[in-house]
Ligand binder design. Structure first.
Ligand SMILES: [Zn+2]
Ligand SMILES: [Zn+2]
Length: 335
């Protein structure tokens, strides 16, 4: 998939959901939102959401737990239904994000434009939310960032057929749910498609992308990480726990992103259920003592709500500053 195809794909998945919302409004004009629509929306949102959070993010990008091959494949297919591109490309961008968080080379940092003006902030947030997906020059080489996933034959197949899988999850399955739940009403198949397919795609996309944009911009920091990641409580349920993003940057491989009893984390519960039933094993768990020691470190170095609004200077600026300082020192030597 080259840059142009990627841009076309992203444009399609951004525009089609808006058409879906418009269609939903027209349909609602005469007909209330029914039980079969709600079932289709909730079931499809859950499948795609678990696919992204548990499958793409915790299993593929971070290897937070191990599972049987059919379950790994099912999670990769579920994540593909979310319409965020091929699994291997998603994981490559994400690993690169962790490696270069809020610095040069981060695919989706809201601090790309620097500065504190309102325009710079809004441009940065747009870039981190959705704009980065339109950047034709942005590629995260899968061979470099996830050779383990590229070697996986099943995952390569799922990644190569992502449009087909996404369309099945966008049209066929939600329409089938509407049809089945309503007892065979063709109109419910159509409205099931609108709510479980199009509206679901729109909602899940923006709520997931909000972790990249708002999750590096506004919210609380428990851990002193080198980036600007934040925890966002209100996004915890719809993001299946991925919005405990500062926790996640502090301990990227942890199977749990929620690290206190009150931090809802549906993906962690799902992994726990798989582990308890023997369907998954070796989840990465971080000792409570280690978590608390790291959190206590934050108060020693400052941070928390007092963390600076700006991340450390990007590498290029620091490099420039260092070479300027070095040439100034050289000039001093000559004198
Ligand atoms: Zn992040
Ligand atoms: Zn991550």
């Amino acid at each position: 998939m080259d840059g142009k195809q990627h841009r076309l794909f992203i444009t399609a998945v951004s525009v089609v959901p808006v058409l879906g919302l418009l269609a939903a409004m027209v349909l609602l004009w005469n007909r209330a939102f029914g039980v079969s629509d709600l079932v289709s929306l909730v079931v499809m949102y859950t499948i795609a959401g678990i696919g992204i959070s548990t499958g793409f993010h915790r299993l593929l990008a971070h290897r937070s737990f191990k599972t049987h091959r059919p379950i790994a494949d099912a999670l990769a297919v579920a994540g593909t239904i979310a319409g965020q591109g091929p699994a291997i490309i998603w994981a490559a961008h994400h690993r690169r994000h962790h490696r270069m968080s809020d610095r040069d080379g981060d695919p989706h940092s809201p601090y790309l434009y620097g500065g504190r003006t309102r325009i710079a902030v809004l441009r940065g947030l747009w870039h981190a939310h959705l704009g980065w997906l339109f950047d034709e020059e942005l590629t995260s080489d899968p061979i470099r960032y996830c050779p383990d996933l590229v070697r996986d034959r099943h995952l390569r197949w799922i990644s190569e057929h992502f449009v087909l899988i996404m369309m099945l999850g966008l049209v066929v399955v939600p329409a089938g749910i509407g049809y089945a739940v309503s007892g065979g009403d063709p109109m419910s198949a159509l409205t099931g498609l609108v709510w479980g397919g199009l509206v679901r795609l729109f909602l899940l996309s923006h709520l997931t992308y909000a972790v990249n944009s708002i999750g590096h911009f506004a919210g609380r920091r428990r851990f002193s990480t080198a980036d600007e990641s934040r925890n966002i409580g209100w996004l915890a349920i719809p993001s299946f726990g991925d919005s405990w993003h500062n926790n996640h940057h502090a301990f990227p491989r942890s199977a749990n992103h929620g690290m206190r009893w009150y931090e809802a984390d549906l993906s962690a519960l799902f992994i726990k259920a798989l582990t308890r039933t023997g369907l998954a094993w070796d989840p990465i768990r971080i000792d409570r003592d280690r978590i608390e020691a790291r959190a206590a470190g934050l108060s020693r170095v400052g941070g928390g709500r007092h963390v600076p609004a700006q991340p450390p200077a990007p590498l290029s600026e620091r490099r420039r500053a260092r070479s300027a300082a070095a040439s100034a020192a050289d000039a001093g030597d000559i004198e």
